[in-house]
Design a protein around this ligand. Structure first.
Ligand code: UT7
Length: 327
């Protein structure tokens, strides 16, 4: 049975920035509150005319370049996103624009856990021998769905895309994983469709409407993350036969610095091993883990052979962790 190897990372470069001071011109907030409560200083947003597909293609191409593969090598492409350009899915268009003509491609929705769910899904196809070179892209444009008058949510989110290439290998570098859902808390974080009953013909009424902006009960999601993320990481580590002391870097979904600190404390991990870049990007949903990973791989913090934990959590509610050996 082939194993899974991690062979390259990439990202989309986004130019427009919105810092906390600019945000305070939009809603009643200030830099000090946002930095103290979240650690976020600025976030990147898509440019006018730029879509989710554009970001995903850029990140994917960069990851393939880093891994030394071409789009024609790709056999499977998984696009983890909650904000496709098209509700029918954006993966096919990414496949086309990238020139990954041989790849089967599909969207996967698991909100901020999407990249971890996507990587674990990809690994199953690689392990069975069904597909070889695989792209897992995490991309989201939440700025489209943020209520820019709601100071409890609009300060958190940014746009972004990151990608990782996975390949079959002799040894398996996916050492363990754990995925979970808690639908009982679904209402805590939603981007929900809301329709009103409208008559279609005399005897038939159907709901017609559209998606509503992001709603979040921040305190409940915060408590969920701090309580459940250490547990899901411990379970993934148990499957890998490792302890948190043996992990070189923890790459968690970048939602709030206080969540990263609290999880590090619960796991007994020094803060330096809990990677963080959310000061510069905010919460980019499915993109946050591959963005952090790409940064740490390119600046040399993450080295081949090191042990990493990737963990995501968010709407659903969903959460998941995987343990991998880099490279
Ligand atoms: O990726 C999905 C996962 N999402 C998350 O992980 C989000 C998790 N939750 C959080 O990160 C935090 O709950 C927030 C950062 C969203 C909020 O922080 P908090 O410490 O839970 O603040 P809070 O909602 O309890 O609000 C505290 C106070 C309130 O004032 P009062 O009622 O105590 O007078 C809010 O009205 O802060 C006020 N407030 C603000 N003040 C200035 C809320 N938002 C703002 C703001 N600027 N932007």
């Amino acid at each position: 049975m082939p194993g899974v190897r991690w062979t390259g990372t990439g990202r989309a470069e986004l130019s427009p920035q919105l810092d906390n001071h600019q945000l305070s011109r939009l809603v009643d907030t200030n830099d000090e509150w946002i930095v103290t409560r979240t650690g976020i200083r600025t976030r990147r947003l898509v440019a006018a005319g730029q879509g989710l597909t554009d970001l995903a293609v850029q990140a994917a191409q960069q990851a393939l370049d880093a891994a030394g593969f071409t789009p024609l090598d790709v056999e499977l492409l998984i696009l983890a996103t909650s904000t496709p350009d098209d509700l029918f899915g954006s993966a096919s268009l990414v496949q086309e624009r990238l020139g990954a003509k041989r790849a089967v491609a599909f969207d996967l929705t698991a909100a901020c856990s999407g990249f971890v769910f996507g990587a674990v899904t990809a690994a199953q196809f690689i392990r069975t021998g069904a597909y070889g070179t695989t792209l897992v892209i995490g991309a989201d444009v939440l700025s489209r769905w943020v209520d820019w008058q709601d100071r409890r949510t609009c300060i958190l989110f940014g746009d972004g895309a990151g990608a990782v290439v996975l390949n079959p290998g002799v040894t398996d570098h996916l050492l363990g994983f754990e995925l979970q859902n808690d639908g009982s808390q679904n209402a805590c974080l939603t981007l929900a469709y809301q329709g009103e009953d409208r008559p279609l013909i005399d005897e038939l009424t159907i709901p017609a409407g559209t998606y509503q902006p992001i709603f979040m009960n921040g305190q409940e999601v915060y408590k969920f993350a701090v309580r459940r993320v250490p547990d899901v990481i411990e379970k993934a580590l148990f499957r890998a036969g490792l302890t948190s002391e043996q992990v070189d870097h923890f790459v968690l979904h970048q939602a709030n610095q206080r969540i990263l600190d609290a999880v590090a404390e619960k796991l007994g991990v020094p803060p330096a091993r809990m990677l963080s870049n959310l000061a510069h990007y905010g919460n980019t949903s499915a993109a946050s883990i591959p963005l952090m990973l790409d940064e740490a791989v390119r600046d040399g913090r993450v080295q081949p052979g090191q042990t990493l934990v990737l963990a995501g959590f968010g709407a659903g509610l969903t959460l998941g962790a995987l343990v991998c050996r880099w490279g």
